[in-house]
Design a protein around this ligand. Structure first.
Ligand code: 0X9
Ligand code: ZN
Length: 414
């Protein structure tokens, strides 16, 4: 019998069981360490193999910082080790669980979809469906592929007028599961494209077609909500009881040629082969059907406050590096005007680290898409990818300003 009481008991049981399965990070600390010589670099590289330490920012080269999450029972040992190598650890986050607890915004059960809080996959997909219904003459709901656990990769195609097909823009977000701000920015952009009354926005919005896929890694995203807020990869089971490949190392562009790991337990595991993950494979097949029409491919990640240019496997500059760099400089200047947020710009491998097999690199390499950027959104380390919900709107506003600038600038070019 399904009485209100039994329903309540069932709901409570679901809530309790999902809480029980959720990893906690009480008193886990995040430290920033900068290797200043090769010996220190080697030491950090060796430390990276320690399964108890999580590198939020991987080891790269001398003078590039590394962010390491350390469990409370290993803090003393960790600090001693780092100091014994003459490095000076700086505390970025003193209690990761505290940030997780404070991350979510306040909302009422009756609130409509908005940007005062982060959303579950289900909420995002329901909202995309509602948008497609509300704007049925312009918006089509799409399935860009599916994940290992059988979830669809849901997106929309927005078309204001025929004739814009060859000026399509693809928005890729939340390929890394824990980077929640990326899908929040993607849905904000979609909403602005549809509803903004600003004439500059309207001009850019209506002169392009838009493909927006807020959550490319649905299994990972659901896992960050239910089990482990810090999860980054897919959820394909691999050896040693470890799960997932890094979906931004799994694309067939210079696959596993640096900045990727062969260890299934690593956060940057490339996977056993290119496109081993159903998510990347199926999405790439979808992209093959529209790739020729793309003028822009914008990928959203966090955190670093940087605008990155392909490719990730090499520091060599790509064919249209100069125009992407010049327009990118203007875009980050526009971005800074709203709240003073400072961004860096450059090639992935020069500015951050070597990272092969990323989605924008495959798109650039396969279709030669002219406008190809990766955003590393806020912040620079105070919150990492645990950016509080009250910063979603400011982050999305400044990012959208810069997106508009990018397409305004390219519209002036031949
Ligand atoms: O390592 C990554 O995949 C990205 N950084 S993150 O901290 N979000 O993990 C950088 C993506 C680089 N983009 C390209 N390879 N084009
Ligand atoms: Zn990322």
């Amino acid at each position: 019998m399904n009485t209100p009481l039994t329903s309540l008991v069932v709901i409570c049981a679901i809530i309790v069981s999902s809480y029980q399965g959720k990893l906690r990070y009480d008193n886990y600390q995040v430290y920033r360490v900068i290797p200043e010589n090769v010996e220190q670099l080697k030491f950090l590289n060796h430390l990276q193999a320690d399964p108890g330490l999580r590198f939020w920012r991987e080891v790269t080269t001398v003078n590039r910082h590394v962010d390491i999450m350390v469990p409370p029972d290993r803090v003393n040992e960790f600090l001693q080790l780092i100091r014994s190598k003459q490095m000076k650890p700086k505390t970025l986050i003193s209690n990761v669980q505290d940030l997780i607890d404070k991350e979510r915004g306040k909302r009422n059960i009756t609130d409509e979809f908005g940007w005062d809080d982060y959303h579950t996959l289900e909420e995002i997909n329901i909202w995309l469906g509602a948008i497609a219904e509300q704007y049925h003459d312009k918006v089509t709901l799409l399935k860009g592929g599916s994940s290992y656990e059988g979830r669809p990769i849901v997106g929309v195609h927005v078309s204001f007028a025929p004739g814009n097909e060859n000026r399509s823009v693809f928005i890729d977000a939340n390929i890394h599961a824990c980077e929640w701000i990326s899908s929040a920015v993607a849905t904000y952009i979609l909403n602005q494209v549809l509803t903004s009354t600003d004439t500059n926005v309207r001009e850019v919005a209506e002169s392009h077609d838009w493909y927006v896929f807020p959550v490319l890694n649905p299994d990972g995203y659901v896992y960050t909500h239910l089990s482990d807020r810090t999860w980054r990869k897919t959820r394909v089971p691999y050896d040693d009881g470890c799960y997932g490949a890094d979906p931004n190392r799994n694309w067939d562009n210079h696959f596993n040629e640096g900045g990727a790991s062969d260890d299934p337990c690593s956060d940057t595991y490339a996977g056993p082969e290119a496109f081993s993950e159903p998510m990347t494979k199926s999405l790439s097949e979808y992209l093959l059907t529209i790739g020729h029409s793309l003028e822009g491919y914008i990928s959203f990640h966090s955190y670093h406050q940087a605008l990155l240019l392909p490719y990730g496997y090499t520091t060599d500059h790509l064919d249209n590096y100069d125009e992407l760099y010049d327009v990118g400089l203007k875009a980050i200047d526009t971005l800074s005007q709203r709240y003073g947020t400072q961004y860096e710009i450059g090639n992935v491998a020069e500015l951050m680290y070597i990272a092969s097999g990323g989605s924008p690199d495959w798109v650039k390499g396969t279709f030669g898409t002219r406008i190809t950027y990766t955003y590393e959104l806020r912040d620079t380390g105070k919150y990492g990818f645990l950016l509080p919900a009250e910063l979603i709107i400011p982050t999305a506003e400044e990012t959208f300003d810069s997106i508009i600038r990018i397409f305004q600038e390219f519209a002036k070019k031949p």
